[in-house]
Design a protein around this ligand. Sequence first.
Ligand code: SF4
Length: 220
Amino acid sequence: MTKTERLKIILDYLDKIYDDPRCELFYETPFQLLVATILSAQCTDKQVNKVTPSLFAKYPTAYDMALADISDIEKLIYTTGFYKNKSKNILLASKMIVDDFDGILPNTLEDLVKLPGAGRKTANVVLGNAFNTAGIVVDTHMLRVSNRLGLTKLTDPVKVEFDLMKKIPKTSWTKFSHQMVLFGRYTCKAKKTDCHLCDLADGICGFYKENVKIELKRKK
Ligand code: SF4
């Protein structure tokens, strides 16, 4: 089987299991998506969604957030972890949006990565979901699953992003990012993979062949 045929099988399978994948974070504006994505570092989307309704009710825009007392932001986002650092970044990013971008969240990767707390991953989440601009989001799930499936051999997130950009059609970048995150979150999990539910176990997934299958044989 050629690499192109393998890739097609993987992409078709992802389309089959997630035909209309969406970002699971709650937000109403691009700015709110930025904040929710900053909060999602080292935290589940589910937990982020528990704190953002109160946070956005009190500080819905960059102007409101830029005037917030940092101790109040800390209190509201405490349960997402790393709350001191996240609060500082949210406050500084809001001030930068107000001072440098007239209160409007910029819509280019170059400008988004200037914001405190926003790396390429956060920028690509915002671009893909709020601005309909294609991007590959490399988070912990994308990193793990793309390696397991042999879509890349690299481990540095930025290098993986560029490697995948060469292989995945640009029109599918945002959808593919959602699909891989959902697949990694619910099936191809870090510790307990649900390979018995996965069509790619049979002849496509190198990780299954080299690790899971051998382990299953050993247990028999
Ligand atoms: S077979 Fe298992 S390890 Fe491979 S992609 Fe599927 S769930 Fe992940």
